[in-house]
Write a protein of this length. Structure first.
Length: 181
């Protein structure tokens, strides 16, 4: 179930992560509270269990270089079920980062795109779960600055498939092989 709460207390103008040239929100400390996560978590329905243990393949994982003087950046990937039919991304970790949040974008009543923390994200066998600019993204806090050409290791944690290692290639633009549908 998707929820579309607005967060006036958090409210930040976006350009946010990846929409404009500045990939990072203007106020990196804007959502220290975890209230949103708790609400989303409470609404999760159980995954269908068909007896097939899901296997998740992570593709086109990349991360933007840090903007000058900032310690927040955004990371993207696609998660594909190569076995099984349903799973759920529940958390993300990135080596060296102090905090990684899953964010989405939503339109406010003035037509402004705003980003907000989101809860666990379901994936199924009909297509990839896509984290991409202007959509879902990982907000990466406290990582030592990365530059184009760097590789950053992390872990995506799925409810059933468990911890899946991922390696993010640092680059300013989405990979060309990106087959976003
Ligand atoms: Cu964000």
């Amino acid at each position: 179930m998707k929820m579309h709460f607005l967060l006036p207390a958090i409210g930040l103008a976006v350009t946010a992560c990846g929409v404009g040239s500045d990939p990072v929100e203007p106020d990196a400390g804007h959502h220290a509270d975890g209230a949103m996560h708790a609400m989303d978590d409470a609404m999760q329905s159980p995954l269908p269990d068909d007896g097939v243990m899901p296997v998740v393949d992570i593709r086109t994982a990349w991360m933007r270089p840090h903007p000058q003087g900032r310690d927040v950046t955004a990371a993207y990937f696609q998660a594909v079920l190569t076995e099984g039919h349903a799973d759920r991304l529940v958390a993300a970790q990135i080596d060296g980062a102090s905090r990684v949040e899953m964010h989405g974008h939503t339109m406010d009543d003035q037509g402004m795109m705003r980003m907000r923390p989101v809860g666990p994200q379901d994936l199924d066998d009909t297509g990839p779960l896509v984290f991409a600019p202007a959509g879902l993204h990982l907000m990466v806090h406290g990582l030592a600055p990365v530059a184009e050409g760097d590789q950053v290791a992390g872990t995506l944690v799925f409810e059933r498939a468990g911890a899946v290692p991922v390696r993010f290639a640092v680059q300013p633009m989405a990979p060309m092989a990106d087959d976003e549908n």
